[in-house]
Design a protein around this ligand. Sequence first.
Ligand code: ZN
Length: 306
Amino acid sequence: MRIFTHADAAGHLTPPGHPERAERLAAVKAGLSEVEQGGLALDWREAPLASRDEVLRCHPASYHDRILAAVPAEGWAQLDGDTYLSPGSYRAAMRAVGGIAAAVDAVVAEGGAAFVAGRPPGHHAETTRAMGFCLFGTVSIAAKRALDHHGLSRVAIVDFDVHHGNGTQDLLWDEGRCLFASSHQMPLYPGTGSPQDRGAHGQVLNLPLRAGTDGAAMRAAYDRIILPALSDWKPDLVLVSAGFDAHRDDPLAGLEWEAADYRWLAARLWEVSGGRVVSTLEGGYDLPALAASVAAYVGEMTRLGG
Ligand SMILES: [Zn+2]
């Protein structure tokens, strides 16, 4: 498994008490160390800075430039109720976008799997609106890169973060070459994710889950709805918005998944992918649960040959 990350990811600072904090990256690294201590080899690579044009695959230039101009010289600039910029935020976000771009390039060229350990997350960022801790639609930009730069014809995004990926749905609403399948707690922030929302080409698949849904119920729902849809789609590449906040210990939501459920997801997603998976970190706010879940997910996909 290739791991794309960069020290700049910890340079995106949020105000004291904010759940999306730099310490999350250390928890992810602890989880990845656990994988290595278990005897599996990880291939560590530096996440490059994305170009401005890369961001423009999904956002207008005016939006990119507005984010860049809002970066404060010190302290914080607040973009919405819970989304902040610190002096290092733009660089961190551009490493996240650059990391997933490099991961897509590597996996398209050589096959296998990659995990991008970056922040801030991206799946709530809409075309012209930063929200929910997110600045740029990282996973959507990666899908467009795979389609437009590499010429793939069928891409799928699976989003198992506990929150609906409203940004991904918005950015790819008209993109008939990309299946977007999301499971999420409902009702919960951001309030979107109804199964009636199907995208312009019927390529959006929303699977809402009630608070309290445990791993067994999640597996049954994936077996019944998301995995068959993925199989039918026959993707050339599977991108994963890997948020780990459906874990039972997570403070922001109320699902009851455990680390072993992320191991199960890794195996199933690897199986239907045809051998090309790029996962990128989204949420996950209880640090021990995040470390254990990342270890389970990355460890299993690596063990299977990703
Ligand atoms: Zn989330």
